[in-house]
Design a protein around this ligand. Structure first.
Ligand code: NZQ
Ligand code: ZN
Length: 390
């Protein structure tokens, strides 16, 4: 196991009855709030009214940044920075899914820099300090509620890129599973696929001796496989929504990657699908993952993939370990397709073969020439994986 520092100080307020703590949590950090949210789901659910009431009752000044898009655009960050500067705000309350939280992190850092927010994403500028952020999570998926990173889209350059800073880790996150009851089937499934993908990106590594981390990863995967279908059938099943929500935070907050060299290969390939076609992140991951595993199956990786099948899906070990590994990959595909109702080809989400070459080139370029995960993926490998997913 490699050396590591693990430091995730986000205070988690989990459960049905945590809004009573919202005002006191905010007041630890500020008194003039930017309330950021998406396209209106929080208004339909009544959450917006509840928050406004709390802010007003507690004399907390606020301004709003609304309409943050899924696959959030850098333009919204520019707007957020402007609102903060004009109103001298000192805290960001991000209410929504990963898109709202990610965008808010960029705003929090950009406000202290004399540059365009996009410069941070393309690493021309570095976040040195940030406004404190609190989140109220409404969709279990990205883990942005308990990690440092964000992913931002620039439609002008057809790029979707990640950024991160120690300063953008949320100070607190309110996780009420009931707030996810209204998430529709498509985004519930996409969220579960995203949680599983984060877990697998951390899990599929070789020779690092991180035994404990891998058993924890298997536990998170089993949690998703057990509760995912329940949440799909019974959107208001608290136990299912609660387990999935807690899994989302721990899949990507750094615990599973401690002591490991992880490559995030599938995410690198998916971000190009989202950048070029604006598809839902988790759906893209579900489509690519079984094809990625098939592509990297070789003498070095066969035991790793077979163990995944045995420990996560309960596949019975046979003499033929390649066959066992293939069974594991097939089980994952079937889970996404049958239990999660995810369209499992690129064609079904409106992607044909026209831009595969350009996306493969961009995926390799953005990773610095090739994607260096458990198996190195050159542009040609990415292209093959895209083609196998058509
Ligand atoms: O905008 P509103 O109206 O709120 O609707 C959203 C949006 O349309 C809706 N929604 C959210 N909560 C809801 C709800 N609808 C009904 N009831 C609720 N309670 O769901 C839609 C999708 O929301 P979004 O925030 O885009 O989804 P998600 O949380 O999956 O975030 C996806 C983004 O996060 C990035 C992805 O690339 C993508 O841009 N990621 C961020 C990561 C991170 N910060 O660490 C890591 C991930 O790998 C990922 O890349
Ligand atoms: Zn993801």
């Amino acid at each position: 196991m490699k050396d590591f520092i693990f430091d995730v100080s986000t205070r988690i307020l989990f459960g049905r009855d945590q809004m009573k703590n919202l005002a006191s949590e905010i007041k630890k950090y500020g008194s003039r709030v930017l309330l950021s949210y998406g396209g209106g789901s929080i208004k339909r659910s009544g959450l917006y009214d509840e928050i406004i009431k709390i802010l007003e009752e507690n004399n907390i000044f606020y301004k709003e940044l609304s309409g943050i898009e899924p696959n959030p655009r850098v333009e919204s960050a520019r707007e957020g920075v402007k609102i903060i500067r004009e109103n001298d705000l000192d805290f960001i309350l991000a209410v929504g899914g990963g898109s709202v939280i990610d965008l808010s992190k960029l705003v929090a850092g950009a406000v202290y820099l004399d540059c365009d927010p996009w410069d941070i994403v393309i690493k021309k500028a570095k976040i040195e300090r940030a406004l404190p952020i609190g989140t109220i999570l409404t969709l279990s998926a990205t883990g942005s509620e308990m990690d440092r990173g964000g992913v931002i889209t620039n439609p002008e350059t057809t790029q979707k890129l990640g950024f991160g800073s120690e300063y953008t880790l949320p100070k607190f996150s309110i996780l009420n599973p009931e707030l996810t009851y209204t998430v529709n089937a498509k985004h519930t499934a996409a969220g579960i696929a995203d949680i599983m993908s984060h877990t697998m990106e951390n899990y599929f590594t070789l020779g690092d001796g991180a035994y404990m981390q891998n058993r924890l990863a298997e536990g998170i995967l089993k949690t998703c496989i057990h509760y995912g279908p329940i949440a799909m059938k019974e959107p208001e099943n608290y136990e299912a929504r609660a387990n999935i929500m807690w899994a989302s935070s721990w899949a990507i907050n750094g615990l599973l990657s401690t002591g490991k060299a992880t490559g995030w290969s599938v995410h690198a390939m998916e971000h190009e699908l989202s950048a070029f076609y604006d598809i839902t992140h988790g759906i893209g991951l579900a489509i690519l993952t079984p094809r990625f595993l098939n592509h990297i199956l070789n003498d070095d990786t066969v035991d790793m993939i077979r163990d995944f099948g045995i420990n996560v899906f309960g596949i019975k070990a046979s003499e033929d370990k390649f066959n066992d590994a293939k069974k594991a990959i097939a089980q994952l595909h079937i889970f996404f397709e049958d239990d999660m109702n995810i369209p499992m080809t690129l064609g079904e989400v409106g992607i044909d073969d026209k831009k595969l070459e350009a996306m493969a080139e961009a995926a390799a370029r953005h990773a610095g020439g090739s994607i260096r995960g458990v198996v190195e993926l050159k542009k040609e490998d990415v292209l093959e994986i895209y083609k196998a997913s058509l």
